[in-house]
Write a new protein. Structure first.
Length: 445
């Protein structure tokens, strides 16, 4: 073996004892010499498991004894069930901690929050599936293959599809007729009603969403069997998001969208115009481009409101997103409210040393009248720094002297000491405040 691989006998011995990692050249030599197809031994879940393990060990609970990357890989190789159970246990611990934090200010009437939140169910379900569902992609492609979709008038094409295929009429109604509602499917009258508050891209999206809910019901039900839950709130939230996924796949076909995204370096303003969708819809679609052999840049997507509450999150990266409350105040997604509609780029570093390129921008939701309060949100898109060159928004960042912001998940579990943006003490392993001095905040030691 040593002769075939071009290495020493001692090196082979160390590889067999797992005292050395197999380098890429040696691995390729193994495949070539022994006729092994790498697909037979590659575990597509390894990357997700490694990311989950690293994320779990970022918890301040382990800050004094954090295993390094080789140790984590050894755990996955030699004790995969232990690794899986540890991640599951830490997830349960984190959820319980969050719930206890909320319960500290709750009465008995609020005890129902002990069940997992529907948003957490959605996030974990999409994360477990790499934020990509090939079955829905194929179903969406069939609509285009029918030849009835017109790229320059998708709304009319979808209206025609609903009428001819499902015998459903579409009607745009006034805000006074349908207050506080953007879409309503009335089964008794076979009618889909859309609010006039919706702009053209969102009207088309809501029709595609409705087609997904009705026409792809069996497929969505099949996908939901992977959840292994029977709690209606979580199931319905996942059902809605899967229908949204289908709608995005119809309006932004995978291959065409990926080709255009790569060509324009992920200029989401351009992509939204090219495919007739909103800026947010184009950003969200980019997180799903994870088809094997034809992957796009792996992004995370985070949306917050003016109070910093996380209202939507999807992730195909190792960046750990806050589930409850606000994201880290050091993320410039919060400051994007000061310059509406402008892209705000930023380089950030997580507590574990992982670096990401993040860009943020505000988006506006439909308003029903002049009396409707401002409904502006902010979204952040991010990817590992190694993909930065593929993103046009990073062109102005100086590689020789980049400004990097140290961020965390949120203040509750961030281990960074003396942060000048800390809102409260970390819940675990927080040291007593030194009464003899005053740091950047009242929580600084």
């Amino acid at each position: 073996m040593a002769k075939m691989l071009g290495i020493s006998h001692s090196y082979v011995n160390m590889l067999e004892k797992n005292e050395r990692s197999v380098s890429v050249p040696v691995l390729l030599k193994l495949f070539q010499s022994y006729g092994v197809d790498w697909r037979e031994i590659a575990d597509e879940d390894d990357a997700a498991m490694l990311s989950n393990l690293r994320s779990a060990f970022q918890d301040p609970l382990f800050e004094t004894r954090t295993p390094d990357l080789p140790q984590l890989r050894a755990l996955m190789t030699h004790a995969p069930d232990v690794a899986q159970n540890f991640v599951q246990l830490h997830k349960a611990y984190r959820t319980s901690t969050d719930q206890l934090l909320i319960l500290s200010n709750a009465g008995e009437a609020d005890l129902t929050i002990l069940r997992a939140s529907p948003e957490a169910v959605v996030h974990d379900f999409f994360r477990d599936n790499d934020n990509h569902f090939p079955e829905l992609e194929k179903a969406a492609a069939l609509i285009w293959k029918s030849g009835k979709m017109e790229s320059d008038d998708k709304y009319a094409s979808l209206k025609r599809h609903l009428k001819e295929t499902l015998n459903l009429n579409t009607r745009v109604v006034s805000v006074s007729e349908m207050p506080d509602t953007l879409r309503d499917f009335d089964e008794t009258s076979n009618e889909v009603r859309l609010s006039e508050a919706l702009d053209y891209p969102n009207r088309a999206f809501q029709l595609a969403h409705t087609i997904g809910l009705i026409e792809q019901k069996d497929l969505i039900d099949h996908l939901l069997t992977r959840l292994n839950i029977d709690e209606p709130a979580g199931l319905n939230r996942c059902r809605v998001e899967l229908a949204n996924y289908f709608a995005a796949s119809v309006l932004m076909p995978y291959d065409a969208f990926l080709k255009e995204a790569l060509a324009c370096k992920y200029d989401f303003t351009h992509l939204s115009l090219r495919f007739g969708v909103s800026f947010e819809q184009a950003c969200h679609r980019a997180t799903t481009l994870q088809k094997e052999g034809s992957e796009g840049v792996p992004f995370f997507f985070l949306r917050i409101d003016k109070a910093g509450n996380v209202t939507k999150r999807f992730n195909s990266t190792g960046f750990h997103l806050a589930e409850y409350g606000g994201a880290c105040p050091r993320l410039d997604v919060h400051t994007s409210f000061r310059s509406p509609d402008n892209i705000v780029p930023q380089l950030v570093e997580m507590p574990d040393g992982g670096r990401f390129f993040v860009f943020a921008r505000t988006v506006d939701r439909p308003r029903f009248s002049r009396h409707t309060r401002d409904n502006r949100l902010a979204i952040a898109m991010g990817c590992s720094i190694e993909h930065m060159e593929a993103i046009g928004y990073a062109d102005d960042i100086r590689p020789s002297n980049p400004q990097i912001s140290e961020v965390g998940i949120n203040c509750r579990i961030c281990p960074r000491a003396n942060c000048d943006q800390r809102a409260h003490n970390a819940m675990i392993l927080s040291e007593p405040v030194d009464v003899r001095r005053r740091g950047p905040t009242r929580y600084a030691n």
